[in-house]
Design a protein around this ligand. Structure first.
Ligand code: HEM
Length: 492
């Protein structure tokens, strides 16, 4: 071992105790005191280091998605989509890529129960030969808002009241009563899928629209969808109370135990694509994250499968310090002008520089597994071994060169600077269709959850009327049912 390239690892564990500088510790039980009863000496370096380190054991939790579980595995291409993308890891059926996945709830804290009604995060870091590709999606295929400008607001409204620290329906319904586009996400939130059985039985969706680019430079809008091979399962209210009351980490435990028992969770990956030249053919905007793409006109195309076959070794290193970003893409996959996605491309790296520090991408779980090189690496906690004398580019002393050019988005951008809302498509059509696709008992549970939410004593008559009028526009009978149960006259 070259001592100067040494990186701390449990592989180098000493058989006896040392302090963090490697000095032997002959007593880890008793502080160094004057006489047998104290006082304690400040020169007890080991004690001070032990206390000081403990006091710093926590890092800021994720501002959203703080509660989560992760596991490792691989992705295997099963269908050729090389006509759509030049992404190396999707180059041919049979190609496998190692990965780590993290599932999460969105709103509550790191230690909160996993039975709460909330979207579930579905994030996958693919360690490809051309760098990492982070898929950062949710189990619901749509989001409550469609402009990054409103993200902090919608999250604040769903998070606990800043005064009481309790999640309160009146705050959610108040904020969203300004956003009819949220209606569609509520057909998932207050549906049975709002409380999944565990992480193995959830779907995943990119929600946002990305772009696939092929070797010739042709781009297609794309949405990604994960379907669990064991099916989608949910907990109804009584079951959720029972499960959550018995074990507040039941989903983390289920994931861990399933993998440990060799019952490996698996998902199939599908895509839907739209040729950007045809984007005006639809009655919705393909860049609107509150709309789904109807599968009858834009069918799901199979791509591959994801298998989780290895548990993590350490929760802190491989869950807390795991850092995803929708900005982390590989050649052949790019962003779209989706206004939510554009905000996200910035926000994740930004939060991780705060949460983990500027060198968060050097942490083993986040670092690419392929060769990588650039000159931005100093700053807090740079532990990468470097011995070059040239840390600028270009240089006649350093043979490093630009990577080979790969196709980038061919789109031409033009237009006036504007701040505006989407002007295409109805916010009521898709929610109404989804409600009508359900069996009567599922509709009834949805109505009951809405009646319960709208019965919050702090929901005003005005807010209640807005929601009833919106649901009436989505589906007349649904609006009528809510109005009857709440004793309100539906008015559009
Ligand atoms: C403008 C909109 C959004 C912003 C600004 C935003 C911001 C964030 C931030 C700051 C985090 C914490 C990251 C960390 O500390 O590691 C996060 C986590 C996450 N977000 Fe978003 N988010 C947005 C929309 C969305 C949407 C639409 C989805 C689903 C498609 C999503 C899925 C996730 C997931 C799954 C995580 C957890 C990743 C993990 O497991 O570490 N977010 N988001």
């Amino acid at each position: 071992m070259d001592p100067y390239k040494y990186r701390p690892s449990s592989a180098y564990n000493s058989p006896f105790f040392t302090n963090n500088s490697g000095t032997p510790v002959y007593n880890d039980n008793s502080s160094l005191t004057v006489g047998s009863r104290g006082p304690v000496l400040l020169e007890d370096y080991h004690l001070i280091e032990k206390l000081a380190h403990f006091e710093r054991e926590r890092i800021p939790e994720r501002v959203v998605h703080a509660r989560g579980a992760s596991a490792k595995g691989f992705f295997e291409v099963t269908h050729d989509i090389s006509h759509l993308t030049c992404a190396d890891f999707l180059r041919a059926p049979g190609v496998q890529t190692p990965l780590i996945a993290r599932f999460s709830t969105v709103i509550h804290e790191r230690g909160s129960p996993e039975t709460i009604r909330d979207p579930r995060g579905f994030a996958v870091k693919f360690y490809t030969r051309e760098g990492n590709f982070d898929f950062v999606g949710n189990n619901f295929p749509v989001f409550f808002i469609r402009d990054a400008m409103k993200f902090a607001d919608v999250i604040h409204a769903f998070k606990p009241n800043p005064k009481t620290h309790i999640q309160e329906n009146w705050r959610i319904l108040d904020f969203c009563s300004h956003h009819p586009e949220s209606l569609h996400a509520f057909t998932f939130f207050y549906d049975d899928v709002g409380v999944p059985t565990d992480y193995r039985h959830i779907e995943g969706s990119s929600v946002n629209t990305y772009t696939l680019i092929n070797k010739a430079g042709k781009a297609h809008y794309v949405k990604f969808h994960w379907k669990p091979t064991c099916g989608v399962k949910c907990l109804l209210e009584e079951e959720a109370i029972k499960v959550g009351g018995t074990n507040h980490s039941h989903a983390t435990q289920d994931l861990y135990d399933s993998i440990a028992a060799g019952n490996y969770p698996e998902w199939k990956l599908y895509i839907q694509t739209i040729d950007p030249d045809h984007e005006d053919r639809f009655d919705f905007d393909p860049l609107d994250s509150t709309k789904t793409w109807p599968e009858d006109i834009l069918p799901l195309q199979p791509v591959g499968r994801l298998v989780l076959n290895r548990n993590i070794d350490n929760f802190f290193a491989e869950n807390e310090m795991l850092a995803f970003s929708p900005g982390t893409v590989v050649p052949g996959i790019s962003y779209s002008d989706d206004k939510m996605l554009q905000g996200r491309v910035f926000a994740y790296g930004d939060t991780q520089r705060h949460r983990l520090g500027p060198n968060y991408l050097l942490l083993p779980v986040n670092a690419p597994k392929c060769a990588h090189h650039n000159n931005h690496y100093d700053g807090f906690m740079n532990f990468m071994h470097r011995d070059e004398e040239v840390d600028y580019f270009p240089s006649r002393y350093d043979p490093v060169r630009h990577a080979e050019k790969y196709p980038i988005l061919p789109t031409v951008c033009s237009g006036r600077r504007e701040r505006c809302i989407f002007d295409k498509g109805s916010d009521f059509k898709q929610p109404g269709e989804r409600y009508r696709s359900w069996a009567p008992d599922r509709q009834e549970r949805f109505v009951s959850r809405w009646v319960n939410a709208l019965s919050d004593p702090r929901v005003t008559h005005e807010i209640r009327s807005i929601w009833i009028s919106w649901w009436t526009q989505a589906d007349k009978s649904l609006g009528q049912r809510l109005a009857n149960r709440l004793n309100v006259r539906p008015s559009i």
